[in-house]
Design a protein around this ligand. Structure first.
Ligand SMILES: Cc1cc2nc3c(=O)[nH]c(=O)nc-3n(C[C@H](O)[C@H](O)[C@H](O)COP(=O)(O)OP(=O)(O)OC[C@H]3O[C@@H](n4cnc5c(N)ncnc54)[C@H](O)[C@@H]3O)c2cc1C
Length: 431
């Protein structure tokens, strides 16, 4: 451990912050840990906000704390909520807070997350308009959906589709409006988007692709709904609008502190150890931009696993130790009766092979779409097949060349297939 390290400041009290604080204590750091968050809740998991929390009632809401609430006092972590860090000075090792107090630090970890991107036509304080990032946002949307007849979801990405799916289950009519010509266009190949689109329509939602609203008329004193006209002549009348068109990294504090920001995506630039351009300041989670693997360019990853992994790596490295490398990227989403998991990162021009049936009307569809480059798995999307995907993980990690025909043969279990492909790889045989 670094001899002189006696105080660590963590800015932002979300997923990455809680995991980093726990890692610091697990790794034996006995100095002062101050964790400052501008929300009034102790660190909580965001994934349930668009799923179980949205569907729950206030009485049966699931517990979503990242750590049990007494963890912070037991671990002697100074958790201060409802406070913003307004500025940092990495050289002086000081941070100014919104209550005009100051915190001194030897090292600082920025885990400031991101902010939902706004569309001017749907101001966040307009009646019936919702953006979803925080627990308070989820509570407000849930209350609205309880009385809503028609929800318009603007944006066919993960978050928008999860909310659409949950709202539909709650009995609300849902229209999804996506400006590009397919859903999940940034993360899924066209075949998968096409399958999911068919499932969405089969479930009973209305889906409008390639359509940015042509005209939007807000509610008036005599009409309580939004009128959204699409270029294809469709006319949607919705009492509730949920906008989900992406996330901007919260990097203003880093910029003010003189840290390097990625000009391409606005994230805080970090190296493999999650260190920023200032050696005593680290960053982890949704606010970062990092070069991964052999990628030529840094990129942002907005995922639960990335927040946890970067927090672990940053905290370990802050203590002068060598962190184990990040786990292979993994993501999940729950929507339309499907648990969808992704392994790896999407890449253009992969050759996709499919194991299982692409039946969008099946009660519980089950398949894996495996993206190969030169027969080596690079990216996979598994629908209701998380166990099988776990069995394939080693192929990704070791860069095992596979036989695509053997992969698609469902008479052999995924586990047995992965075992034999790995054995052939280890023995240096072509598969
Ligand atoms: C509704 C929803 C559903 C999701 N579903 C999934 C899913 O199914 N699967 C998945 O892999 N990922 C999912 N995610 C993404 C995942 O939750 C995030 O990637 C993760 O929460 C990122 O953690 P973080 O610590 O980087 O940021 P956050 O958890 O957002 O925490 C950042 C905190 O810092 C605070 N903050 C910012 N600036 C300051 C400041 N200057 N001073 C003090 N505090 C500050 C913010 O208010 C916030 O509380 C979902 C996200 C949302 C919103």
């Amino acid at each position: 451990m670094t001899e002189t390290l006696s105080s660590i400041l963590i800015v932002g009290a979300g997923q990455a912050a809680a995991v980093a604080a726990a890692t610091l204590r697990d790794q034996g750091f006995e100095g002062k840990i101050t964790l400052i968050g501008d929300e009034t809740h102790a660190p909580y998991e965001r994934p349930p906000l668009s799923k179980d929390v949205l569907a729950a009632t206030p009485e049966n809401e699931p517990a979503i704390d990242v750590k049990p609430i007494d963890f912070y006092s037991i671990a002697d972590i100074d958790l201060r909520l409802g406070l913003r860090v307004e500025s940092i000075d990495p050289v002086a090792g000081t941070a100014e807070l919104s209550d005009n107090s100051q915190v001194m630090f030897d090292q600082c970890l920025l885990t400031t997350g991101g902010t939902a991107r706004f569309i001017e036509a749907f101001p966040e304080d307009a009646p019936g308009v919702f953006y979803l990032r925080t627990l308070d946002d989820a509570h407000a949307l849930r209350t609205a959906l309880k009385y809503s007849k028609h929800l318009a979801v603007i944006g066919g990405g993960f978050l928008g589709l999860e909310v659409a799916s949950t709202a539909h289950k709650m009995g609300v009519a849902v229209s999804v409006i996506e400006a590009t010509d397919r859903v999940l266009s940034r993360v899924a190949p066209p075949t998968f988007s096409d399958w999911l689109q068919q499932r969405i329509v089969h479930t009973g939602l209305s889906l409008h692709l390639g359509n940015a609203p042509a005209s939007i008329t807000p509610p008036t004193d005599i009409k309580a709904s939004w009128d959204i006209r699409l270029p294809d002549e469709h006319h949607i009348v919705a009492d509730t609008v949920m906008v989900s068109v992406g996330l901007s990294a919260n990097s203003a504090l880093a910029r003010q502190g003189g840290l390097d920001i990625d000009p391409n995506n606005g994230g805080i630039l970090v190296n493999e150890q999650c260190q920023t351009s200032q050696a005593n300041v680290y960053a982890a989670g949704d606010c970062t931009s990092q070069i991964r693997g052999n990628a030529a360019q840094a990129s942002r990853l907005e995922s639960w696993q990335n927040a946890n992994e970067q927090a672990r790596i940053a905290a370990t490295h802050m203590l002068g130790k060598d962190p184990a490398p990040a786990a292979y990227p993994w993501f999940w989403t729950d929507q339309f009766g499907c648990n969808i998991q992704m392994l790896g990162l999407p890449e253009p021009d992969l050759n996709y092979v499919i194991r299982g049936e692409l039946d969008p009307k099946a009660e519980t569809p089950k398949f894996i779409m495996l993206g190969l480059r030169n027969d080596v798995p690079r990216y996979a999307i598994a629908v209701n097949a998380g166990g099988d995907l776990r069995a394939l993980r080693t192929l990704f990690e070791k860069g095992v060349c596979i036989n695509p025909n053997e992969f698609t043969d469902t008479s052999v279990t995924a586990r047995a297939f992965a075992k034999s492909a790995t054995a052939a790889h280890n023995a240096g045989q072509p598969n």
